[in-house]
Write a new protein. Structure first.
Length: 94
């Protein structure tokens, strides 16, 4: 049972439940002031957009990867109730 608890906690976190345990806080920067960062379904610029994060807003990050089709670094993020992927280039540790 002790092995299944971390898996359950991670699944709840990804589903939007539970706490921000293990999450890192980022702020969206590096874009024009009136622009926003797109949250995507998968770590790929061609993936469907799930939402937008305005410049200056905070997001929770759950790990980053550059093992993507483009080789660019993407982070798993949650903003409000939207969970998806955003480019690491525009996320500054807060």
């Amino acid at each position: 049972m002790s092995r299944s608890l971390p898996r359950l906690a991670f699944a709840l976190l990804l589903a939007g439940g539970g706490s921000a345990w293990g999450a890192e806080t980022f702020r969206v920067e590096g874009l024009p002031r009136d622009d926003s960062l797109t949250i995507r379904e998968t770590p790929d610029a061609g993936a469907p957009a799930l939402g937008q994060i305005p410049v200056g807003r905070r997001v929770l990050g759950f790990g980053c990867t550059n093992e993507t089709p483009s080789g660019l670094t993407w982070c798993r993020v949650k903003f409000d109730r939207t969970l998806g992927w955003a480019r690491r280039r525009y996320l500054t540790p807060d």
